[in-house]
Design a protein around this ligand. Structure first.
Ligand code: FMN
Length: 178
């Protein structure tokens, strides 16, 4: 199989993970994943994503605790599924394409993670708490930035590729002229 087919299969086989091994990821592995995020396209090539890579257990636990305390429905739950790493993607408040830019980086990182044997899951709650001063202080988000997305990362407890699932949504219409 040529490399292009490998990439297409990786895209179709990637799955989000909810159960992670507690062992930390080594820094080169994390750095390779984040580098893929840095190489994502951005509107007008502004490259304004800011990747906060969090591996400190105390900070990770504090983020989970804040979410539990402040977001309804998360009482007693760990929004990051105890993953040993979380990459928070922030972008400039004055960038009208901040969310799009962050989303491109997120997908790049999810795919890169698969490629190096790491499982991941988009965690939306830090975005929901983007204006929360406690969350911002915990991560060190700059005043001019907003939190756009975050990605839990770690080695999966189960298989990295648990099986391709049929997509039943996401319509496709081939538009033809008359
Ligand atoms: C924008 C976005 C936000 C998401 N937020 C969360 C989240 O907060 N918590 C969670 O467990 N999964 C979250 N997910 C993961 C989705 O639930 C997951 O991608 C979806 O169920 C499809 O599964 P798959 O990624 O294995 O194909 C999010 C995914 C996206 C793209």
């Amino acid at each position: 199989m040529n490399k292009n087919m490998d990439l297409l299969n990786l895209i179709l086989d990637r799955r989000s993970c909810k159960e992670y091994q507690p062992e930390p990821l080594d820094r080169p592995t994390l750095a390779a994943i984040v580098e893929a995020g840095r190489y994502a396209p951005s509107g007008m090539n502004r490259q304004m994503n800011h990747f906060y890579v969090i591996t400190d257990n105390a900070i990770l636990s504090s983020i989970s605790r804040l979410v539990s305390e402040k977001l309804p429905g998360f009482e007693g739950r760990d929004c990051r599924y105890a993953a040993p790493a979380l990459v928070v993607v922030a972008n400039r408040k004055d960038n009208p394409m901040a969310l799009q830019d962050a989303s491109c980086a997120m997908e790049n990182m999810m795919l890169a993670a698969c490629a190096v044997g790491v499982a991941s899951r988009w965690i939306n709650q830090p975005f929901a708490l983007s204006d929360d001063p406690d969350l911002r202080a915990l991560i060190g988000v700059k005043d001019e930035e907003r939190v756009c997305a975050s990605l839990a990362l770690g080695r999966p407890v189960g298989p990295l590729y648990p099986g391709r699932t049929e997509r039943t949504g996401n319509l496709v219409t081939w538009v033809s002229g008359q």
